[in-house]
Design a protein around this ligand. Structure first.
Ligand SMILES: NC(=O)c1ccc[n+]([C@@H]2O[C@H](COP(=O)([O-])OP(=O)(O)OC[C@H]3O[C@@H](n4cnc5c(N)ncnc54)[C@H](O)[C@@H]3O)[C@@H](O)[C@H]2O)c1
Length: 344
């Protein structure tokens, strides 16, 4: 298939592209390069070729840029909750409007499939029972509200010629050259390696489903390649039932994996997001999907990467590996404006 992938240079995108190319797809990517300064390690020497890259903002794409593509995979958004809370207006412009406009333009030029990376954070504050795709959503942040709005607005565009599919990913973890240390397991692993100490201020009781970044890539590929009848205008939670963890358990798994790491917990939890999620549907209905990873295996993968590159504290703390810090730096140094367009 001819596939247009946005966010090609992000944490998920850099792993997804080689997978798509290995599977014979012809990939064109879009990215504005906010995190281009950060590259943790190189594993891509064997890549037969680099994909075509359009170095531009999502909001500047026209329908004619999308002519001739069979599918769009859309990853390019401001990618976490704190980011959205700091700049809610810009978050709505990129994550909600930018995504809906992209889907409308794709539909206009007969792109047949639109794979959207939504998030389990739409569940926000969950009930005691695991939530499935039919349950109500309860977004707690601008980021999660945008995910809900995109699902609603792009879902309304579905028709016989246009099949959107919505992947509500659990929180990702695992190694990627375009690393993120602002997501829970990766962050704890970085602390365990660099200072051998995880001192949590919270009690770690909230539930947080996790999924390995490679398993997200598998889900995206399956959603791209499935017959339309299996995925047309469907929402899938992406993860595995066994990978609903309490934050406390995630910390324990990481501390076990990094010898000599001290672990302690506090009493409070400023972050009230907590949800357990059912992943039955994706295993039942999305052809070819299964998770190959769990948190323990992912923590071990990170330990091996950190050992291989002799990761230092400075590397762990480098701004480009924490999305919010990098964008704050780009604003402070006048490289991007208040709406996150490049100034030069
Ligand atoms: N990583 C997770 O835990 C997770 C979980 C659920 C959903 N998701 C979703 O998956 C998608 C990708 O996540 P990620 O972790 O790879 O994020 P990321 O921040 O690493 O990558 C996003 C990429 O999109 C680009 N981008 C952002 N805004 C853009 C714009 N306006 N124009 C062009 N490019 C732009 C960035 O430069 C970056 O390379 C996001 O939509 C995110 O919300 C991620």
């Amino acid at each position: 298939m001819r596939v247009f992938v946005t966010g090609i240079e992000g944490y998920i995108g850099v792993l997804l592209v080689p997978l798509l190319m290995e599977r014979g797809h012809d990939v064109t990517g879009l990215d504005t390069g906010y995190y281009r300064d950060g590259w943790l390690y190189s594993d891509r020497k064997e890549l037969p070729q680099f994909p075509k890259l359009i170095n531009a903002d999502l909001r500047c794409i026209t329908a004619s840029d999308l002519i001739g593509f069979d599918a769009v995979i859309h990853l390019a958004e401001l990618s976490n909750d704190p980011l959205g809370q700091n700049s809610p207006a810009t978050t709505f412009k990129i994550n909600h409007r930018g995504s809906v406009d992209l889907a409308a333009k794709a539909k206009q030029v007969d792109v047949r499939r639109f794979v959207y990376t939504s998030s389990c954070s739409v569940y926000g504050l969950g009930a005691a029972e695991p939530l499935d795709e039919t349950g109500s959503v309860n977004p707690q942040t601008a980021y999660a509200q945008c995910k809900v709005l995109v699902e609603r607005d792009v879902g309304a565009m579905a028709d016989a010629g246009f099949s959107p599919v919505f992947l509500r990913n659990a929180t990702a973890y695992g190694a990627s050259p375009r690393m993120r240390f602002d997501i829970v397991l990766n962050n704890l692993a970085g602390l365990a390696w660099t200072v051998k100490q995880i001192a949590m201020t919270s009690d770690g009781t909230p539930w947080r489903p996790l999924v390995h970044v490679q398993d997200i890539c598998t889900a995206i590929t399956c959603a791209l390649e499935a017959p339309a009848a299996a995925v047309h205008n469907q929402i899938f939670n992406v993860g595995h039932n066994a990978d609903n963890y309490r934050v406390r358990e995630i910390a324990e798994i990481v501390a076990d994996t990094f010898p000599g790491c001290q672990l302690s917990f506090g009493r409070s939890s400023p972050d009230n997001r907590s949800y357990r999620v059912s992943f039955d549907k994706i295993h039942r209905q999305l052809p070819g999907f299964r998770c190959a990873w769990d948190a323990r295996k992912g923590a071990e993968q990170l330990r091996q990467v950190f050992e291989r590159i002799a990761m230092t504290k400075d590397t762990f703390a480098f701004r480009a590996f924490t999305r919010l810090t990098q964008l704050e730096y780009l604003i402070k140094t006048n490289q991007i404006d208040a709406e996150f367009f490049w100034n030069f």
